[in-house]
Ligand binder design. Structure first.
Ligand SMILES: Cc1cc2nc3c(=O)[nH]c(=O)nc-3n(C[C@H](O)[C@H](O)[C@H](O)COP(=O)(O)O)c2cc1C
Length: 427
């Protein structure tokens, strides 16, 4: 199959060669440079083999035809370092790319001659029936993309009766976001803290605020290599102190201030600097959380079938994820992991999956393969960065409409009717 990324890369190399050539006229070189700049802004998503016009930016959320159309608008609005933080993957970004590429390796066996006039995309999970089988994943510090931040995401997701994961390191607190959601509390994502007293305070707050589930992230190890992100930081001319505390000896080098994270407001100030020791995450730690709270626990970051079976044995929800390709570069996609994990878990515990889901049909494939619900991160961030809460609202509307259409196309009137035998490996 023609790989559009390779085509883009070769084209870019040719343009670079021409731009450097002494025989090419100055005016032509300027035109080439402009074309190269345009190509940088194009989505490198392997599904988009027909690149859309990079100069066409939607002016309002209602104009968006799919979630990808929010991306260039958000890119224009968000500073280079923040954009780099959000949009890149670890190391050579192989996992990040595989997440998208591998969804195309699974195909649906659509069933015709069924009445699909009425389709019900609802799913019951976390003690509630939701209007669609997807959720917005926890992503740290949403204020980076728009002042509406997690509260804006909450208003949009709450309005559509969609679950929302709230990151430990959010700019709005659980209390504020639950208020914004107006009825259904967030799912609270927990990063292990070095001091158990801090973790306890965060978990207790989530439970007191009515949260039904803790998403315990186990793949956030400290040694990830943010290569592309750090390249993007080089390109950002702003002073980091505008958003971060900076190291006194280097005003370009930011410290992520613990004080800027809203969920820590109840943690005693003297403990603030002891946050985050993810390398100590073990099954014993999960048990410790289990013994401390009555909330459901979903172990987020599962990619291996043995770990998934262990979760099922111990009664923890399985959250298949590679963090959107941000933490590791094994090249194994999330959907490939699901193909192993779902048959082994045998429906004993719910399975949530994320990483790379961008279209309704992507979601329908994962549900058919055994996921109970599907999460996405970057698409709602694009919506937020482009138009704030209104952008997130439209992303959710688009995803829901696409899921319903995909269910009709494959011949399912409810999520329960999406079965593993409806998916085959594509050629
Ligand atoms: C900018 C960004 C920040 C994230 N922050 C967190 C976080 O704080 N905690 C966490 O468990 N996952 C975090 N994630 C991972 C998401 O929860 C989710 O696994 C991922 O975004 C799914 O992949 P997708 O972006 O391809 O949809 C983050 C992802 C992104 C893109």
């Amino acid at each position: 199959m023609n790989n559009p990324t390779n085509v883009n890369t070769s084209r870019r190399r040719l343009l670079q060669y021409l731009a450097a050539s002494p025989v090419v006229a100055a005016g032509t070189k300027e035109a080439i440079a402009a074309t190269m700049a345009e190509m940088q802004t194009r989505s490198d998503d392997p599904y988009i083999w027909r690149p859309f016009d990079p100069n066409y930016l939607i002016e309002k959320p209602e104009d968006a035809l799919d979630v990808f159309e929010f991306e260039p608008v958000a890119h224009k609005n968000v500073g280079a370092a923040h954009w780099g933080f959000m949009s890149t993957g670890a190391d050579g970004e192989g996992t990040y790319r595989a997440n998208r590429q591998d969804i195309a390796k699974f195909a649906m066996r659509s069933h015709r001659l069924r009445d699909v006039t009425k389709v019900d995309p609802s799913v019951t999970l976390f003690g509630h029936t939701w209007s669609a089988p997807f959720l917005t994943c926890p992503t740290g510090r949403n204020g980076m993309y728009h002042p509406d931040g997690e509260a804006g995401v909450g208003r949009a997701a709450g309005r559509h009766n969609i679950p929302q994961g709230l990151a430990t390191n959010a700019n709005f607190s659980i209390t504020e976001v639950n208020k914004a959601r107006n009825g259904t509390p967030v799912l609270f994502q927990l990063y292990q803290q070095s001091n158990w007293e801090i973790s306890k305070s965060l978990i207790a707050r989530a439970e007191r605020e009515g949260c039904k589930a803790i998403l315990l992230t186990v793949d956030g190890l400290s040694a990830r290599k943010d290569l592309q992100f750090n390249r993007a930081v080089r390109a950002d001319t702003r002073l980091c102190a505008t958003c971060h505390e900076v190291r006194p000896n280097n005003p370009k080098s930011p410290i992520l201030s613990s004080k800027s994270t809203a969920n820590f407001s109840e943690v005693p100030a003297e403990l603030w600097d002891q946050k985050f020791t993810p390398d100590k995450m073990t099954w014993e730690y999960v048990k410790r959380v289990r013994d401390f709270t009555k909330m459901d626990i979903f172990v987020k970051g599962i990619t291996d079938v043995d770990d998934a079976v262990q979760c099922a044995k111990l009664g923890y929800g399985v959250w298949v994820s590679n963090h959107g390709g941000r933490n590791e570069d094994t090249n194994r996609s999330s959907i490939a992991c699901l193909a192993d994990i779902a048959p082994a878990v045998k429906g004993k515990v719910p399975i949530v999956i994320d990483s790379g889901f961008r279209r309704g049909m992507d979601i329908v494939k994962a549900l058919s393969m055994g996921a109970t619900m599907v999460g996405f991160g970057r698409p709602y961030i694009w919506g937020l960065g482009a138009f704030g809460e209104a952008g997130v609202d439209k992303v959710i509307q688009i995803m829901k409409a696409e899921v319903i259409a995909a269910m009709q196309q494959v011949g399912a009137t409810s999520v329960k009717e999406l079965r593993p035998d409806m998916v085959i490996r594509a050629l």
